[in-house]
Design a protein around this ligand. Structure first.
Ligand code: ADP
Length: 210
């Protein structure tokens, strides 16, 4: 992809999720929270220290929703890398609440962090598992040299998590764990998830002018 200068001259039809636009808030310390509406497979920052998070499943071999979109955009390299991740138990490469990192292959970002959120109507406490998925993704990112990360609304698709509850859990979890990241972005696919995250950020965080 092009230089910053080339991107500036692009018109408004630009399909990429412009990482400089969006709604900016102070998350914690020097880390910003940035909210966008769009397709996370189009998001990137510098192609070197950036990562998108995939709402994967325990097998890590692709699926529907954002998982399918990320695998389609990243290409077969991503499938092969996921296949090579050792199983920790039968068929399980990434247990619920944990995170695994791979390269981004054909995606514009350098890395993909795969995490598995809880099903809302499963046994146990979905909020603590969802918080773990966000925190483990953020700490794996920091450990791997990632500075800019973009999350989808983990568990808010087929896993059935209510948007407002997920927005609250995710922002709180990231406030506790994102200290060493420069920017945490959310790229939200539909109007309802976007407005839930925007409402939560407006209530809890200080807005930054960009
Ligand atoms: P889960 O199984 O964790 O619920 P889903 O992929 O079903 O995962 O949904 C998670 C969220 O990702 C949903 O809000 C869904 O609309 C959204 N989503 C789907 N495709 C994309 C995409 N290309 N970019 C960003 N978000 C997406």
């Amino acid at each position: 992809h092009g230089s910053e200068a080339e991107k500036e001259s692009d018109d408004e039809e630009e399909e990429e999720v412009e990482s400089r636009v969006g709604e900016w808030f102070r998350l914690s310390g020097t880390c910003s929270l940035v909210l966008h509406r769009g397709d996370i497979t189009k998001w990137y920052k510098d192609g070197k220290t950036d990562a998108v998070v995939n709402a994967a499943n325990e097998r890590m071999l692709g699926g529907g929703g954002v998982d399918g979109a990320i695998h389609r955009a990243a290409g077969k390299g991503l499938f092969d890398a996921c296949f090579k991740v050792p199983e920790v138990s039968r068929g399980v490469r990434c247990p619920v609440g944990s995170a695994v990192i791979t390269p981004g292959f054909n995606l514009p970002v350098s890395q993909v962090i795969h995490t598995v959120g809880p099903m809302y109507y499963s046994e146990g406490d979905p909020a603590s598992v969802l918080a773990k998925a966000y925190k483990n993704s953020a700490s794996l990112a920091v450990k791997s040299g990632v500075k800019y990360i973009a999350f989808p609304a983990i568990s808010c698709g087929v896993y059935g998590y209510p948007y407002d509850e997920a927005a609250e859990v995710s922002i709180k979890a990231l406030q506790d764990s994102a200290g060493q990241l420069s920017e945490v972005h959310f790229v939200l696919f539909e109007a309802d998830t976007y407005s839930a995250w925007l409402a939560e950020a407006e209530e809890k965080l200080e807005r930054l002018s960009t």
